[in-house]
Design a protein around this ligand. Sequence first.
Ligand code: ATP
Ligand code: MN
Length: 315
Amino acid sequence: MHLSMQQKKAVRTPLLHNRVEAVTITHPERVIDAASGLTKLDLAQYYASVAPHILPFLRNRPVYLLRAPEGIDGERFFQKHRGRMSIPGIRVFDRSLDPEHAPLMAVESAHALAGVAQMGGIELHVCSATADRIDRPDCMVFDLDPDADLPWSAIAEGARHTRALLDELGLRSFLKTSGGKGLHLVVPLARRHDWDAATDFSRAVAQHLASTLPDRFTATMGNDNRDGKIYIDYLRNQRHASTVAPYSVRARPGLPVATPLAWEELDKVRNASMWNISTLPDRLAGLTHDPWEDYFSTRQQLTASMKKKIGMKKK
Ligand code: ATP
Ligand code: MN
């Protein structure tokens, strides 16, 4: 009897486990990252395993998916609205949230996370507001985008400077690797400020850093301005922008993960893609406490005295 390769494989591994959180993963053995040999099943199992950690950052929040069904070297697209193919477990928001388009989506269970992986969803990006108060962001994001030539030590130093300014203003910030090249600082907000207020404030923070440390920072977009510096991207704080969610995988070689860190850990971090879907679960298992344990209980307001310190003019 002649058996195809696939049949031979099936004989050898009759119980290939392709059910994850009640989702059947088709093509579980498909290699989605040639660099690491990691598969679609690995991706689904990663998302299932970090569900308790990632779901709090996704609850009731519009989520945008970077999908790459053939793997990270194949075609990819950024999906902001429900598409023609339904994703197992996904919830859709009321049309009023974004009346011009198909409904926005939410991923709010381990089942839906496995559904995302099944549909070739690799990265999860989130809006900085929840659906119940979409006009009031609940965080500000400072995305530190380093010039390609910068050594990691300068990137880490840039994050420390940014944190120091925020501390001086009385604002607590939370650090994560982007899983790509840089670092993100996230400042939780009480939901009292509108998008313009968050953008204006974060722009003033970025400009203040760029004017006090002009060798290190620029607040002006474009590679020409970045020469040897870190661009502080504050435009993440606009209504329709998004940021990669904590614990999201990135569609880059090695399948790195955007990893929340305690500030004390920054010294031992070597690059922004240090943790990946193979190593992140071990990191979590080895932690004595959640590095962002205070994140959801921190609700901060932007005050007149803070604005004065960073040179914002009264309106
Ligand atoms: P790095 O550290 O490498 O800069 P990053 O996550 O900060 O990583 P990008 O990977 O460049 O930066 O992400 C770009 C930003 O734009 C993300 O915040 C993402 O939410 C958003 N984004 C990505 N792709 C699209 C797209 N096709 N359309 C709209 N927004 C996108
Ligand atoms: Mn970035």
